[in-house]
Design a protein around this ligand. Structure first.
Ligand code: MRU
Length: 358
């Protein structure tokens, strides 16, 4: 199965070239495929803020490469290069607030840098660490894909109808995705009749990215407006909602793209199972519950305008881009360390003590 899944890795959004980082500009997909080249951490931070790259694991990986670029640049400049790199890490940390993978990756890079005694070793050591973060996310995707597909099979071995939100695929990770990794594996096993993809207002990650990824892989996908989800659950015999996560608190509360919470409420009402797929780097054991997760607010213009043209009346708009689904609405969290059914504080703590399954 591993080989079959690896063969399904057709789309990628991050390429490391040793002295530069290439990012597929996700703002333009799927109409245009444009790669942008980065050599400085400040520009990488801006790329994260502007959504050139997005998705929690991808943001963490890109920030790690950003630190490697910072070390290269600051060493070449001379002087107190460690202080300058620390400044670059602050910029990266300020790029987006919700996905904890960003802070997890920066902490790992900081710890790694602190171990380096000899300046001449610094670049090679931090580069290897960033590459390791990237490689382990890819491996985690493979493990989660298989665990998630097993769960789908356990609840019925006939092809099923699934619903997903936002984009938790290859574009959002270092591999072939978290939620979409599970969907790809389930499809490879003949368990998917159709995937309904929420379009995901206002950035349209569902219609532009998820629909494109699935269609490219030959997975049957139908696009719907976000507001159709409850109706589809009532009328289309959907068996699972499968989503990714940006941060999971110690009690199992899940922050993900705005609209995920209402999907979970609707799933509970309609008896549809709700699966969250995320690597353990998305779990923030320092936060007791989801109310403590910082929720990013983006500019109101994202709602008031369409393609740069004002469409809304002369009013203000509120634009929180994530929400928190309480743990008691989640049937299962799938990670590379294993699966947690009906998550709570004890089960999450036990999970985090386990070794990775790869
Ligand atoms: O604003 P985005 O596009 O970065 O939001 C992405 C999501 O909410 C994803 O569902 C989440 O990061 C999981 S990605 C594997």
């Amino acid at each position: 199965m591993r080989e079959q899944l690896l063969a399904a890795e057709k789309v990628k959004a991050i390429e490391w070239q040793g002295d530069a980082l290439l990012l597929l500009d996700q703002r333009l997909l799927p109409q245009q495929q444009v790669w942008l080249r980065y050599t400085e951490a400040s520009a990488v931070a801006e790329a994260i803020t502007l959504m050139v790259v997005r998705g929690a694991p991808a943001i963490g990986i890109v920030a790690a490469y950003g630190v490697a670029l910072a070390v290269r640049q600051r060493l070449a400049e001379g002087g107190d290069w460690r202080a300058a790199v620390e400044g670059d890490m602050r910029l990266l940390a300020e790029s987006r607030p919700t996905a904890v993978n960003l802070f997890w990756a920066l902490n790992r890079m900081r710890d790694c840098l602190q171990q380096v005694q000899v300046d001449a070793d610094a670049l090679a050591v931090v580069t290897a660490e960033a590459e390791a973060i990237h490689a382990s996310d890819r491996e985690a995707n493979l493990v989660m894909a298989q665990l998630g597909a097993e769960l789908i099979r356990k609840h019925g071995d006939k092809p099923q109808r699934l619903l997903t939100h936002c984009n938790a695929g290859a574009l959002a990770t270092g591999g072939f995705g978290t939620a979409l990794g599970v969907i790809r594996a389930a499809h490879a096993e003949g368990l998917v009749e159709r995937v309904y993809a929420d379009e995901t207002r206002p950035w349209l990650q569902g219609s532009r990215l998820t629909a494109w990824e699935l269609a490219t892989d030959g997975v049957p996908v139908t696009l719907n407006v976000d507001a159709a989800a409850a109706h589809l659950m009532k009328t289309q015999d959907i068996s699972w909602v499968i989503v990714g996560a940006d941060r999971i608190a110690a009690n199992g509360d899940v922050a993900n793209k705005i609209g995920t919470y209402q999907l979970a409420v609707n799933a509970m009402h309609h008896g549809v199972r709700f699966m969250v797929v995320a690597p353990s780097s998305t779990i923030d054991m320092a936060l007791e519950h989801g109310d403590d997760i910082p929720i990013e607010e983006r500019a109101g213009s994202e709602l008031l305008e369409l393609a740069g043209q004002r469409v809304a009346a002369e009013v203000t708009a509120c634009n929180p881009v994530f929400d928190v689904t309480p743990a008691d609405l989640v049937d299962v969290i799938v990670t590379e360390k294993g699966v947690v059914e009906r998550p709570d504080v004890e089960k999450m703590a036990q999970l985090m003590c386990r070794k990775r399954l790869h």
